[in-house]
Design a protein around this ligand. Structure first.
Ligand code: SAM
Length: 283
């Protein structure tokens, strides 16, 4: 049936349910971290997970940062949508582009700034790759702007990007703020997808601390000639990892597991509700 087909089609979806992750995307962060050891650093304590629902990345953060060998981390997960609770993670429900959301996140760091800001934010894809790349690019700039307000000097920023025609401009923009910009493709991210993740290390805290729209525009303006910057490509996940593009067969007595924590709310639910309301009005 459909559920078994989904398990067959998507090995990481199947594995996520088996391993207790609420989203397959958890494996993307795990593989990036296995490669770059971002969370091994014992000084990493204050972490913001922007666009976090349903919470797979926050689960990974809690899994790798909560330990007797280090001070308890302050992990703050932000999303427009409510999430099921995760032990060791504080939730802020709000739009990341709102200043009040940023202030709420900062409050949880008790006067300190973030060591790490991760963002797996995605607008709803339309399937038109040039348009999707553009919208993703805009969301990433919003995330970057928030990260600039949260990060401490030397901090790390991880964000989803859709690679395309304008990636060079994006890397150039990021290279202004960070010592190093990498483009990471985890094995859990399909080859057929434009998706990859920038990992920007060594935040140069020269950036804005107070909102100033004109200064922000100036920072984003790459000027005539539009410099193109290459980011070093890093394949994450190792050659023995499962391949996201392969249909792995299921056992003849395959048991379909339920999702770990289905979303409390999701855009598709909103769309169904809107359509229902529209139909009622039409009657
Ligand atoms: N990393 C998550 C996980 O592992 O469970 C999955 C994140 S999901 C791909 C993208 C999320 O981005 C959605 O939950 C969506 O609500 C959120 N999002 C997109 N734009 C946002 C915004 N402006 N403010 C807050 N959340 C946003």
């Amino acid at each position: 049936d459909g559920a078994e087909e989904a398990d067959k089609r998507d090995i990481y979806y199947r594995e996520a349910k088996k391993e207790g992750f609420r989203a397959r995307s958890a494996f993307k962060l795990l593989q990036i971290d296995d490669e770059l050891k971002l969370l091994e650093d014992k000084t990493v304590r204050n972490v913001a997970d922007l666009c976090a629902a349903p919470g797979g990345w926050s689960q990974v953060l809690a899994l790798r940062l909560v330990s007797d060998e280090r001070p308890p981390p302050r992990i703050v997960a932000v999303d427009k949508y409510e999430m099921q609770p995760i032990a060791g993670v504080v939730q802020v429900q709000g739009d990341i582009t709102h200043e009040s959301t940023v202030q709420q996140v900062l409050q949880h760091f008790e006067g300190e700034r973030a060591d790490l800001v991760v963002c797996d934010g995605a607008p709803d894809a339309t399937g038109r790759s040039d348009f999707d790349e553009y919208v993703q690019h805009q969301l990433l700039l919003s995330e970057l702007f928030v990260a600039e307000k949260l990060l401490k000097e030397g901090g790390v920023f991880v964000a989803k990007v859709f690679r395309g025609e304008h990636s060079g401009e994006l890397y150039a923009r990021l290279a202004r703020d960070f010592q190093e910009v990498l483009c990471c493709k985890p094995r859990a991210s399909r080859n057929s997808s434009q998706e990859s993740f920038v990992v920007c290390r060594g935040y140069l805290a020269k950036a804005l601390t107070v909102y100033d729209a004109s200064a922000h525009e100036e920072l984003c303006d790459l000027g005539p000639g539009r410099p193109v910057h290459q980011a070093r490509f890093v394949a994450c996940g190792g050659s023995d990892s499962l391949d996201a593009d392969t249909n792995y067969p299921v056992a003849s007595r395959h048991q379909v597991l339920q999702p770990v924590a289905p979303p409390i709310a999701a855009p598709y639910m909103e769309a169904i509700e809107e359509r229902r309301r529209g139909q009622k009005r039409a009657l």
